[in-house]
Design a protein around this ligand. Structure first.
Ligand SMILES: [Zn+2]
Length: 148
C-alpha cells in the first residue's frame, strides 16, 4: 500500500489501531471495542470514523443498511510517516543522536537488535563523513550554520 501524507490525531489513531488489528468492520464493532478501552460514546467514535473517511485513511463500503469500514492506509506506512515527520523537525546532523536516545530508552528483542546491526553495517559502507545541515538560518546552531 503506497499512500499520501495523512495526518492522524492521537484519538483517530485509536480507531485506526482497531481497524488495523481486526480488518473490515462496522462502526458498531469499532465502537464496541473502543467503548471498553476509552469510554467514548457512539457519537464520538462516529465523528472520528467520519474524519478518517474524509482523510481517506478509512474506506467505506455499503452493505445493506450499514457501512463496512476498512483501512485505506497501512499501519507500517503510517508509523513511518509519523517518524519521518518528527525527524523533519530537527537538523539532519542531530538525527543520529536523537535516534540513539530512542534506541537507548526502548526495549528491543535480540532479533530487533540484529536487524538494526545489519541495517547499520550495510549503511556504514556508503555513509558520508558528515551530513549537510538543511536548516533555516536562526533555527540551528550546528557548525555549518555558524559558518554562514
Ligand atoms: Zn542544522
Amino acid at each position: 500500500m503506497s499512500q499520501e501524507k495523512v495526518f492522524i490525531t492521537p484519538a483517530e489513531w485509536e480507531v485506526m489501531r482497531v481497524v488495523w488489528a481486526n480488518g473490515s468492520m462496522t462502526s458498531r464493532e469499532i465502537q464496541n471495542i473502543l467503548e471498553e478501552e476509552t469510554g467514548w460514546k457512539t457519537a464520538t467514535t462516529k465523528t472520528f470514523i467520519g474524519r478518517l473517511k474524509d482523510k481517506n485513511a478509512l474506506s467505506a463500503e455499503r452493505k445493506g443498511r450499514q457501512y463496512i469500514y476498512s483501512a485505506a492506509i497501512s499501519e507500517r506506512e503510517s508509523v513511518k510517516e509519523e517518524i519521518t515527520s518528527s525527524f523533519d523537525k530537527v537538523c539532519n546532523q542531530k538525527i543520529g543522536v536523537y535516534l540513539n536516545d530512542y534506541i537507548q530508552t526502548t526495549t528491543l528483542s535480540q532479533k530487533d537488535i540484529l536487524l538494526l546491526i545489519e541495517a547499520l553495517e550495510s549503511k556504514l559502507e556508503d555513509a558520508p563523513r558528515q551530513i549537510p545541515c538543511q536548516c533555516h538560518k536562526g533555527q540551528c546552531n550546528c557548525q555549518d550554520c555558524q559558518h554562514e
